[in-house]
Design a protein around this ligand. Structure first.
Ligand SMILES: Nc1ncnc2c1ncn2[C@@H]1O[C@H](COP(=O)(O)OP(=O)(O)O)[C@@H](O)[C@H]1O
Ligand SMILES: [Mg+2]
Length: 372
């Protein structure tokens, strides 16, 4: 994308074209909006808590952020933002009371962060019509922000899968319990099949092959690689497209409520399993420890990054955002990594006992005065 800046009329020496005399074409990339849907398969894996905290964290780093509560069956994200009974929400948009998603945005104490509440009276995402879903997706894609986070509900309803698939880099949240990993695996598997069906929906024989394989795979331990081989044998171009599509799919994974080092090892084994069985490369972006400070913050209906910014959980969240998700500190709010104070503070604010130590000392956040 080429950026254009309005300027004062230019001195004649610089004017190359008369038509837009006061516009300079900058030869630089304007960063596109990053969309991160957050899902997990299982309920109670702390998707909403993490989404709210990551959203606030990004806004404190100087980015324009919008958080959408896409958990229409159990919307509760607004509680983190002093909105007990939101005056407008996603339902206001979905029930056609307003015709733009932009108009249901609500402000938060930080002008960089706005939210779209879920609206408790909505039935589930599962009940959105195709046309409504398409309109919602279109409007999400045109939101004006650096980052759009979408908190999705539990389960693998088609609408949840489709909103997750808005981005190839959606975030999965899981906890260390095997049940949560099984649900995360199921969710990933459903996204993969859904994506394949979408990609090849005009190709009847491929669609049939995928449907048959999905049925068989339920009984046998079918690896997706077998499907890709069969697909390529039947239709080499379809096989190639499917492989390219899977190559681009790079869901991210956050492990929440970590209590022991072995939880991290288990999640790496899980990622290996997904690679083996679903031919999908999941990117592990970090962990957040189990921390009572998180519960205290939730009780006060505040994100932990504001309520206890130097707590272990808050530092983990910043580590996920900056190290895992690769977001840089636009406002330089953090003491530099080589600050000699940081390592010495580690026992109280760094890695929890028993958890793997990070290569780098934790960063020390400096909070914005805009929040209270
Ligand atoms: N790292 C953590 N340590 C301790 N408690 C946590 C942590 N993360 C989340 N919780 C708690 O888990 C509960 C459920 O989280 P929630 O975000 O509502 O889950 P979901 O949106 O997946 O249903 C919240 O009460 C929250 O305080
Ligand atoms: Mg939730």
């Amino acid at each position: 994308m080429t950026a254009q800046l309005e300027t004062e009329p230019r001195p004649t020496r610089l004017v190359p074209a008369a038509a837009h005399a006061n516009v300079i074409d900058l030869d630089c990339k304007v960063p596109e909006t990053v969309i991160w849907p957050v899902a997990g398969g299982k309920g109670g894996t702390e998707k909403s808590t993490l989404t709210a905290n990551i959203g606030v964290g990004l806004s404190l780093l100087g980015y324009k952020v919008i958080i959408v509560d896409g958990d229409l069956g159990g919307a509760d994200l607004h509680l983190f933002f002093d909105q007990v009974s939101p005056p407008k929400s996603l339902s206001t948009f979905l029930t056609l009371e307003v015709d733009s998603l932009q108009s249901v945005l609500l402000p938060t104490p930080n002008q960089n962060l706005r939210i779209i509440c879920g609206g408790s009276e909505m039935v589930g995402m599962a009940n959105l019509s195709y046309a409504t879903k398409a309109k919602l997706i279109r409007h999400i894609l045109s939101l004006d922000a650096d980052y759009v986070l979408i908190d999705l509900g539990a389960g693998s309803a088609y609408n949840t899968l489709d909103i997750f698939s808005l981005s190839d880099e959606g975030i999965i949240v899981t906890t260390p319990e095997p049940q949560a990993r099984v649900d995360a695996y199921g969710f990933l598997k459903n996204t993969v099949y859904r994506k394949l069906r979408h990609l090849l929906n005009k190709n009847e024989s491929a669609t049939e092959l995928i449907a048959n394989f999905a049925r068989e795979a339920g009984r046998k331990s079918g690896r997706l690689e077998d499907l890709l081989v069969r697909l390529s044998n039947d239709d080499p171009i379809a096989g190639q497209e499917a492989r390219a599509m899977l190559g681009d799919y790079r869901p991210k994974l956050i492990l929440n409520r970590v209590r022991a080092r072995r939880h991290i090892a288990e999640v790496h084994r899980f990622i290996q399993l997904v690679r083996q069985y679903l031919s999908t490369e999941v990117e592990y972006v970090g962990y957040v420890r189990n921390d009572d400070k998180m519960l205290d913050a939730c009780e006060k209906r505040r994100p932990v990054v504001l309520n206890a910014p130097k707590s272990g959980a808050a530092l983990d969240l910043y580590s996920v955002i900056m190290d895992g998700l690769g977001v840089s500190d636009r406002l330089h709010r953090f003491e530099p990594r080589d600050c000699p104070k940081s390592p010495r503070r580690r026992p109280s604010s760094g890695n929890a006992p028993g958890l793997p130590s990070r290569a780098q000392p934790p960063r020390q956040p400096i909070l914005s005065a805009q929040w209270h």
